[in-house]
Design a protein around this ligand. Structure first.
Ligand code: PLP
Length: 464
């Protein structure tokens, strides 16, 4: 019996085709068995003869059935082993991806932004203006290294706010950190094979460099940032660092250690990759100037992103290459196309040009400072002396050091999930993946102040 549904988007003849095809492939309809006549099947299913005729013709054209003059249609003999999987077999063997997970009530993921703060009206205005002014450019491929106007705006912003000294020609517009690091990994590959990464540190750079067959060397991080002596001993000739707000511990690398790191790079012909991902968000004191600005002509590759202030969904970031790498970059990537949409790039350039970007940064700093303070207050109130807070005063997350905890990390995350709390496993930041049930990485960007308060209250009941 075939079941056809009138209210489905798939036409009736196609539904019938699929169902017969599936039975042929699964062997339910055996080779050389006769199919009902067009008229009989049409009557049985209460559909028009055209519907059945349409299904049979398609099955016939693809070889699932054959016809005998004046006898009708018969099932073809198929080798069941090599036959393509029927739809139901396919679904059994390749179950669908799980449904989109239900969002957490309290999502402490460190890379979430405020849900209400994307400057939609201003962005829409810049976008439609750009569309009107530049629609002819949509008939062409845009500049592979990124739009010149955007690179000029980024250069001015970096010089003013981050002390980065460069020219627009050194800037490459990328679709996020992974692409920036892909480029760096390829440009450096000829002469370098060992990369030092912070431990604990951001997990993504490890994947990128591993995918490019580099040897990874975990180097410990102390409150002064990367341990430069351990770096020297590691034999690495590339070091990936987050000196202005170490991820995850939140440490700021003091100038003495920065100079030691720069000296290591200069004296050994090594490269520093400075990831300055969230330096706009500093709530106490002044922003820490970049490491690149301390030695603009040095072997420092500077990376920045629009993901922390504007939107991680836009996928816009940038890379500032030292002049020494520019010709290799151009030679290797001259045939590549731009990876960020022209319209997003020119919209962003206009957004910056009109001063919206810097006003937006100030607004975001105020919003996130309130959330940051709400988190500190809630932790103090609900955990009290049971924890030490680390890395506060900047960015979108802090780390809690629990003085005691009876659960291991998996149990803790599971129990939190039962209460609607999403926790990012701290162990992901460790190269060795050692579960660490005494450290909690708490992002606060995507939560309201009252969600932060309630989430921390629940969490404090779990961590006993
Ligand atoms: C250390 C670090 N760098 C960079 C980024 C931003 O990456 P992207 O520009 O790919 O969004 C993040 C995002 O969470 C991060 O944690």
């Amino acid at each position: 019996m075939f079941i056809l549904k009138n209210d489905e988007a798939i036409p009736l003849y196609k539904q019938l085709y699929h169902q017969i095809r599936e039975r042929v492939l699964s062997g339910q309809l055996s080779a050389d068995s006769r199919l009902p006549s067009v008229r009989d099947l049409a009557d049985e299913l209460s559909v028009s003869r055209n519907t059945v005729e349409g299904a049979y013709q398609e099955l016939y054209a693809e070889g699932y059935i054959y016809s005998k003059p004046r006898s009708g249609y018969f099932v073809s003999a198929l080798d069941q082993v090599s036959a393509p999987l029927s739809l139901s077999d396919h679904r059994r063997k390749h179950p669908r991806l799980p449904e989109r997970p239900v969002p957490y009530l309290y999502d402490f993921h460190p890379a979430r932004l405020d849900r209400e703060s994307f400057p939609a009206a201003l962005w829409r205005k810049c976008f439609t203006d750009c569309l009107r002014e530049s629609f002819r450019e949509l008939s062409q491929y845009s500049a592979p290294q990124g739009e010149w106007g955007l690179r000029c705006n980024i250069q001015k912003y970096l010089e003013r706010s981050r002390g980065v000294i460069c020219e627009p020609e050194q800037i490459v517009i990328c679709a996020g950190l992974q692409q920036s690091l892909d480029i760096v990994a390829q440009v450096l590959k000829r002469e370098h094979s060992k990369v030092a990464v912070e431990n604990p540190g951001y997990h993504l750079p490890r994947s990128v460099f591993r995918n490019h067959s580099y040897d990874l060397v975990p180097v410990p991080v102390a409150s002064t940032g990367l341990d430069v002596e351990a770096l020297k001993a590691s034999g690495s000739t590339i070091a990936y660092v987050t000196p202005s707000h170490q991820l995850p511990m939140g440490y700021v690398m003091p100038v003495a250690n920065r100079l030691k790191l720069i000296e290591w790079a200069q004296s050994s012909g090594s490269f520093i990759i400075e990831d300055d991902y969230d330096s706009e968000l500093r709530y106490q004191g002044k922003p820490i100037p970049s490491l690149q600005g301390l030695r603009p002509g040095g072997n420092i590759i500077y990376l920045g992103t629009f993901s922390k202030i504007l939107s991680p969904a836009l996928r816009v970031s940038y890379l500032v290459l030292p002049r020494s790498l520019l010709s290799d970059y151009r030679r290797m990537f001259q045939d590549y196309c731009a990876s960020v949409s022209l319209l997003e790039q020119i919209t962003l350039a206009k957004f910056m040009e009109l001063g919206h970007w810097e006003r937006h940064i100030r607004r975001m700093r105020t919003i996130y400072k309130k959330k940051h303070d709400a988190l500190l207050q809630a932790v103090e109130h609900h955990f009290g002396p049971r924890v030490e807070i680390m890395g506060q005063g900047a960015g979108l997350h802090v780390v809690l050091q629990l003085l005691a905890n009876n659960l291991d990390e998996t149990e803790l995350i599971g129990k939190a999930q039962e209460k609607g709390i999403g926790l990012f496993p701290f162990s992901v930041t460790r190269v060795t993946d050692h579960p660490d049930s005494l450290k909690l990485l708490l992002g606060f960007g995507g939560m309201t102040a009252s969600e932060i308060e309630q989430g921390v209250a629940l969490l404090s009941q779990i961590c006993t």
